[in-house]
Design a protein around this ligand. Structure first.
Ligand SMILES: O=C(CO)COP(=O)(O)O
Length: 127
């Protein structure tokens, strides 16, 4: 499966810990990320990961384009709901496209655990 991993700055530690915890599973998939998130995941886990631009510089839009081209099967997007983002329109556009194309998308650690469980069990449509 093609999986995108994205986190806002205040949520990066949480996503890193999550990816590290499920490293064995993530290693079985093709991973994509926004720039800084991908760099940090790769440094921590050594997992190969395709990095797009940093979110505020267009990375969210690049991932959105991948969704529109139906090239992503699942998205983990740990959003920070308490901090204003300069690229909020891009964030909304990414989430919107996820809904347009019915892409399973976890936007917090609670739903992330459910989504990774589904992936591990092969319950996703494209798994
Ligand atoms: O801003 C982001 C998502 O909206 C994430 O971008 P970075 O991974 O480059 O920090």
């Amino acid at each position: 499966m093609n999986i995108a991993l994205i986190a806002h700055d205040e949520k990066k530690e949480e996503l890193l810990k999550f990816v590290d915890e499920f490293k064995e599973e993530f290693a079985k998939h093709q991973l994509f990320a926004t720039g800084t998130t991908g760099k940090k995941i790769n440094e921590l886990t050594n997992l190969p990961i395709h990095r797009f631009k940093s979110g505020p510089l267009g990375g969210d839009q690049e991932i959105g384009a991948k969704i529109a081209n139906q090239e992503l099967d699942a998205v983990f997007f740990f959003r920070d709901p308490l901090t204003a983002q300069p690229h909020e329109p891009d964030v909304s556009a990414l989430v919107r496209l996820g809904d347009v194309y019915n892409i399973p998308m976890a936007t917090n650690i609670g739903s992330a655990h459910i989504l990774i469980s589904g992936i591990i069990r092969g319950e996703l449509k494209h798994a």
